[in-house]
Design a protein around this ligand. Structure first.
Ligand code: URA
Length: 244
């Protein structure tokens, strides 16, 4: 991959692209031992050695984590305008900067994938790969067998038709029902809107799987890196080959 020098410096986390141009103009950037002042210069990170102020810069290592997002955290980095807590504070100790792949609602819990690998993130979100997202949804009321059958056939929502890949009753909890529901699409509030359209508003929602990834016993608020095996499976599910 050939990239412009300023882009490479920002990819490596040195600074923004604009500030990288300034570093280049100031003669602080060397490529293969030579000072470069031309802003249009392109480099091949596989072969070229880039230094800033005499120190070699390299792209951060690729990192892939899952977080068990608890209720009442916004899926965003940095501070929120509203003063609500954000997932940023749960991933402070992740050794590289990562960004969330998709989002969970403020009050949705469960599996959130975060990475600094843009290509993998794009594929996980791309509808072509149809990655199933499995949710446990506690809904108000007792879902009848008849309603369950109708759910399986889908429903017209305000932004078009929606049909789960699967939906089943896990158990009744008093007057409410715990459902397991699978969607591969990622429209906003899809699970809540879909279930509410059958007269069963969601009380609690938790994502327990994304493609080949399972939340397992990861405690709420905790994160962990994916294993080599999980990475191989995930990469393969989106048509990529994983090499460690
Ligand atoms: N569907 C929803 O309604 N909310 C989520 O957070 C995820 C899927």
């Amino acid at each position: 991959m050939i990239v412009r020098l300023n882009r490479y410096l920002s990819m490596c986390g040195v600074t923004s692209r604009r500030k990288a141009d300034k570093l280049i103009e100031e003669g602080r950037v060397k490529v293969n031992g030579e000072v470069v002042r031309d802003l249009g210069v392109k480099i091949d990170p596989e072969v070229d050695r880039v230094e800033v102020d005499g120190k070699e810069v390299k792209p951060p290592r690729k990192i892939y984590i899952i977080l068990n997002k608890p209720c009442c955290y916004l899926t965003q980095l940095g501070k929120s305008q509203s003063g609500k807590k954000t997932i940023e504070e749960l991933i402070k100790d992740v050794p590289e900067r990562v960004f969330p792949v998709g989002r969970l609602d403020y009050n949705t819990e469960g599996l959130l994938l975060l990475t600094n690998d843009g290509e993998l993130a794009n594929r996980v979100l791309h509808p072509r790969y149809k990655l199933p997202k499995v949710y446990l949804a506690l809904v108000k009321g007792k879902v009848s067998k008849n309603t369950l059958r109708k759910m399986k056939h889908g429903a017209e929502l305000e932004d078009g038709f929606a049909k789960p890949d699967d939906v089943r009753i896990v158990r009744y909890e008093g007057d409410n029902t715990l459902l397991e529901i699978v969607f591969h699409e990622g429209r906003k509030h899809i699970v809540k809107r879909f279930l509410a359209s059958f007269g069963h508003p969601v009380i609690k929602l938790k994502r327990i799987a994304l493609g080949t990834l399972k939340l397992g016993k990861l405690p709420p608020g905790k994160w962990r890196e994916l294993s080599q095996r999980e990475l191989r499976q995930l990469f393969s599910a989106v048509g990529l080959k994983y090499s460690s």
